[in-house]
Design a protein around this ligand. Structure first.
Ligand SMILES: [Zn+2]
Ligand SMILES: [Zn+2]
Length: 347
């Protein structure tokens, strides 16, 4: 089969590798669509502590079963599926305490297990038993259903933040994640949703995704803007969906008393530090909440919202053959693409 093999940082090769064997206790899936996620761009660019080269990335996978092992009774050839890439161990402290998204021994498809940047994937009993596989609804396409993965982390973050009725929510960073945050905030009852980005094209492009106010934060002082918008009170919630520490400090200044700040975007390994005004946190009783990962229930919720037609999926701007992954990376880096989906079956 053809696969996109990562040999090192920024070093990929589209080449023929052996098609994985169908596991006796699982099945072989032909990958029809795989999302090119921000984390793929990061792993491609900077590597990842759990990646071993050569590696095949790709964790937002949907496809069709083409072969089934003898001991696998649950699936049959022709089943159309979407995979949650997280494979929790089921035994550690967090798994036992019903928080599988924080599993200490989490394996992830596309990091420790061959991902979907390939034409086929072997799905064994570890994924079937401890992971999560959902059947595609009839009226969703493969390239749409892969959004369930991004959406699940957004859903988890907003549950942590308790976004609710009549809230003012500021979203810093208007990429595909920002567009999902705005829609989930709206579904949860927020009435004022400010979407900010430093890229004017993005500020213009994100209007259909549930926001109410759109700000180019390279040109407008976002803190002042939010203060003015809220009569000097501040926002209930600020979500930083950008890989930058500066919005953490600004986020505190935009919040009302007892407001909640979500640190949704990770920072670079070389410079992970953030400076925040401790007195603001103290006197204003602010909450700062980290957002990472999700549990199977979040993945199911994301999937159901997509299947129910409650999410505008037009943030998928590019569908490219798998071999053009680096072009997709470039489009994302330049802010010219929102969500890129790769198609391993298209040569
Ligand atoms: Zn992802
Ligand atoms: Zn575990």
């Amino acid at each position: 089969m053809k696969a996109l093999v990562l040999n090192g940082k920024q070093d990929v090769e589209y080449k023929e590798i052996p098609t994985p064997e169908c596991p006796d206790d699982g099945f072989l899936m032909r990958v029809e669509a795989v999302g090119l996620c921000g984390s793929d761009v990061r792993n491609y660019t900077h590597g990842h502590s759990k990646l071993q080269y050569p590696a095949v990335l790709g964790h937002e996978n949907a496809g069709i079963v083409v072969e089934v092992g003898e001991a696998c009774k649950e699936y049959k050839v022709g089943d159309k599926l979407v995979l949650n890439p997280a494979i929790p161990c089921g035994k550690c402290y967090y798994c036992e305490n019903d928080n599988r998204g924080l599993c200490e021994n989490l394996k992830v498809v596309g990091t420790q297990v061959q991902g979907g940047f390939a034409q086929y994937m072997a799905v064994g009993s570890d994924i079937i038993e401890r992971g999560q596989i959902l059947r595609m609804p009839e009226d969703l396409e493969y390239d749409q259903v892969i959004l369930a993965e991004l959406l699940s982390s957004v859903i988890r973050a907003q549950e942590q933040l308790e976004v609710g009725l009549n809230d003012t929510v500021v979203i810093v960073g208007s990429g595909p994640i920002g567009c999902l945050h705005s829609q989930i905030a709206k579904l949860r009852g927020a009435t004022t949703i400010v979407m900010a980005d430093i890229n004017q094209e993005r500020v213009d492009a994100v209007r259909p995704f549930g926001g109410t106010h759109f700000v180019n934060s390279a040109e407008v002082d976002l803190v002042q803007y939010v203060k003015d918008l809220t009569g000097g009170i501040g926002a209930d919630v600020v979500i930083v969906a950008a890989p930058s520490a500066k919005p953490h400090q600004e986020g505190l200044l935009m919040l009302k008393k007892e407001g909640r700040l979500s640190i949704f975007g990770g920072l670079s390994k070389e410079d992970p530090w953030s400076t925040m005004d401790g007195n603001l946190i103290h006197y204003n009783r602010l909450k700062i909440i980290g957002a990472y990962s999700y549990s199977p229930c979040d993945f199911k919720k994301g999937f159901d919202l997509l299947a129910g037609g409650q999410i505008n999926m037009d943030m998928i701007t590019h569908r490219l053959p798998l071999k053009d992954m680096e072009q997709g990376v470039q489009l994302i880096r330049e802010g010219k693409a929102m969500k890129v989906v790769l198609l391993p079956q298209v040569e």
